[in-house]
Design a protein around this ligand. Structure first.
Ligand code: SF4
Ligand code: SF4
Length: 167
């Protein structure tokens, strides 16, 4: 037969549990209205990647491959190309002509973001990534690029100098 201390211990445990229950009952309900209202994420949330541009609209990625080297899932594919006097896509010598991330493999670890020397690859807050088609989970550069800043073209074309220019 339970002695008095056991009874008091049980009563105290029940009272403690009910305190938590009543406290939660009085708190406002945190109901997400998704999909009518998109959820708000904390800044640190690692969602779909975004390839950033600089203030002139040029791509920040300089195709150095450091993100691909750091990726533990081996899911970043890059093809580099040289910027020329006629066409400049990034601020560096090279730009990523092709930049794909395979979301079938990505584990959203953020190592690519940490490795990037130009802060080009970042995590955004996109989360609606589910698909029945694995091919659609290979996300291309064009899908990841940040929008152009107002008035920027995103590429700089320079006309080759001519004799008439005195060059
Ligand atoms: S988040 Fe991690 S797994 Fe995904 S692309 Fe970046 S390094 Fe690779
Ligand atoms: S995203 Fe960053 S780390 Fe990756 S290739 Fe471009 S500049 Fe290099």
């Amino acid at each position: 037969m339970a002695n008095l201390s056991d009874v008091l211990e049980s009563a105290a445990a029940i009272a403690k549990g009910m305190t938590v229950t009543f406290k939660e009952m009085m708190s406002p309900a945190l109901t997400e209205e998704y999909p009518d209202v998109l959820p708000r994420f904390e800044e640190r949330y690692r969602g779909a990647h975004v390839l950033q541009r600089d203030e002139n609209g040029l791509e920040k990625c300089v195709a150095c491959f450091l993100c691909a080297a750091a990726c533990p899932a081996d899911c970043i594919y890059i093809e580099a190309a040289e910027n020329t006097d006629q066409l400049r896509m990034s601020g560096g010598e090279r730009y990523a002509k092709v930049y794909n991330i395979d979301y079938n493999r990505c584990i959203f670890c953020g190592y690519c973001v940490e490795a990037c020397p130009t802060d080009a690859i970042t995590h955004g807050h996109g989360f609606e990534l589910a698909s029945y088609d694995t091919a659609s989970l290979i996300i291309r550069k064009e899908q990841m690029l940040a929008p152009l800043p107002p008035g920027a073209s995103g590429e700089v074309s320079v006309t080759a100098p001519t004799a008439a220019d005195g060059h």
